[in-house]
Design a protein around this ligand. Structure first.
Ligand SMILES: *Cc1c(COP(=O)(O)O)cnc(C)c1O
Length: 495
């Protein structure tokens, strides 16, 4: 049965196809596209134990992307999940220190965003062909660090596309910045912004809503699209690994089919954990989806009080991909919590825009508590968690994973169900933080590149290939913009 898409804010629920939603990214009314129904899985959970990642991706995505042919989907998935991942399992599940870690960092940029961003460009070019669009696709992306590189790697050399990435100049790690500055394909561009991530993201959103500017681009034969996690083409590929984790537990005979599990998810823009929510609605037995935040704990407070309030200090932490005060994908969850009410959703989003805050009803709060729990780890707890896991299992986890791992401890002891920690980045992406947690080296004395060597010696594992390249390539010079110069920069790029 076909699934169509409409905006979270559209009273008429005007429908478009999956491929159109992928091409547009964001709805013109500022809302996010949601499916008109959430399909349930049409295979038995027991089958998960024997499915490859690619087979499972096909079975899950087919249910949502109903205007893609089987061959198209198959080709996209084959192109996305192959030798570009350094583990044939794509998303292996490993056990350390009393919990399972779902490793989503085996792709080309060693962070979980590869899972979606290796697939999205193929979905997007297929979608463009299906809709007979002769325009070139211009991808604009705001990044808190990992999306930028992952999107550049995904779109590099994809015909008829250009990608421009904006990152907060002071908000990404030196390695993250160097990763972006060493991407050398001629269709990828990157700019630092004077401002934090929210500023960069808001400006990108404003550009998407600027009809006059979009017309100007259309006259130049470009169509804007987004690789941010607001795009359903980013969201759905992430549902796959929740099922895949469950399949691996079944295969390892760690549980019997139907038995519930918990996931602890390090959260920023709420894309990763929202995919878990879809997985649950589709039939995966999940008790708690644990929303783990860092010191920027706007979501923890929201889950506990029902009040979302971004009027608070913004902290730059050791887990920069979670340094976010406005979680875009939360709008989709709000839509479901209102009972799929676009008027109420639009109203809450308007309050957020005007006052920086909103409060949900007690009924919505009760609905939230059925599926989600929340907690946070401050900087010291994050560092202790890295040390704790290292001591117990001689493995290093990255600071984002550590946030989720810390928050998970409280639940592990209480409900006895298997705990899966979504492990979103390789420790080699954040060597300074990891080393200062597991050695006596004081942060600040450390230099990112020598840290890498030291970390490799301690962990006794080879470098991921992206790190090797990073060390070999000369980065391009960084270009910094004021937020109000973004449109000019875009026009220059496509000129
Ligand atoms: C993006 C990112 C997150 C947060 O994921 P969201 O979908 O934005 O909630 C967590 N960890 C890492 C390493 C990331 O890159």
């Amino acid at each position: 049965m076909a699934v169509f898409y409409h905006s979270t804010r559209d009273i008429n629920k005007n429908k478009i196809t999956a491929s159109q939603a992928i091409l547009q990214g964001l709805s013109p009314d500022g809302g996010l596209y949601v499916p008109d129904r959430i399909p349930t899985i049409d295979f038995a959970l027991t089958e998960l134990a024997n499915m490859s990642y690619q087979e499972l991706a096909f079975k899950v995505l087919r249910l949502f992307l109903t205007d893609f042919s089987e061959i198209e989907l198959h080709d996209c998935i084959t192109a996305a999940y192959g030798k570009n991942f350094d583990d044939p399992a794509i998303a292996p599940l490993v056990f350390h220190d009393g919990a399972f870690y779902l490793e989503l960092f085996h792709g080309p940029t060693i962070a979980f965003k590869d899972i979606a961003l290796q697939l999205l460009p193929h979905l997007m070019t297929t979608a463009a062909q299906k809709n007979h669009s002769h325009k070139k696709v211009l991808i604009l992306t705001a990044t808190s660090g990992d999306t930028g590189k992952a999107a550049m790697a995904g779109f590099a050399n994809v015909p008829n596309t250009k990608i421009i990435v904006f990152y907060p100049q002071a908000g990404v790690s030196p390695i993250q910045e160097r990763q972006m500055l060493t991407q050398e394909e001629s269709n990828t561009y990157v700019f630092g912004i004077n401002g934090n991530f929210d500023r960069a993201q808001t400006n990108v959103k404003n550009i998407f809503n600027d009809q006059a500017f979009k017309q100007q681009l259309a006259n130049l034969n470009y169509q804007l699209s987004s690789a941010n996690s607001i795009n359903i083409g980013r969201l759905f590929p992430q549902i796959v690994y929740y099922f895949y984790a469950y399949g691996q537990l079944l295969a390892k005979q760690q549980l019997i089919s139907g038995q519930p599990v918990n996931f602890s998810v390090p959260t920023g823009n709420f894309g990763d954990i929202l995919a878990g929510y879809y997985a649950k609605k589709m039939g995966l037995p999940i008790t708690h989806l644990i929303c783990a935040s860092n010191k920027n704990k706007v979501l923890t407070d929201f889950f506990q009080t029902g009040i979302y309030d971004k009027n608070r200090p913004f902290y730059v932490t050791s887990s920069p991909s979670m340094d976010i005060l406005v979680s875009s994908n939360l709008e989709r969850l709000l839509f479901y919590l209102t009972g799929s009410d676009p008027v109420m959703t639009a109203d809450l989003m308007q309050q957020l825009q005007q006052t920086g805050a909103y409060k949900i009803t007690p009924a919505m709060q009760a609905a939230l508590a059925k599926d989600f729990s929340a907690g946070y780890a401050d900087e010291s707890a994050t560092s202790h968690e890295i040390a704790h896991v290292f001591k117990a299992s001689r493995t290093a986890i990255d600071p984002h994973t550590a946030v989720a791992s810390h928050v998970a401890r409280r639940f592990k002891d209480t409900n006895g169900q298997p705990m899966i920690i979504v492990s979103t980045a390789s420790p080699f992406k954040f060597p300074k933080v990891v080393l200062s947690a597991i050695t006596d080296n004081k942060a600040g004395q450390l230099q990112d590149l020598t840290d890498l060597q030291q970390l490799r010696q301690i962990l006794k594992v080879p470098y991921p290939s992206t790190i090797k390249q990073l060390l070999e390539k000369q980065p391009q010079e960084r270009q910094i913009l004021e937020p109000n110069q973004m449109q000019t920069a875009i026009l220059k790029v496509i000129d």
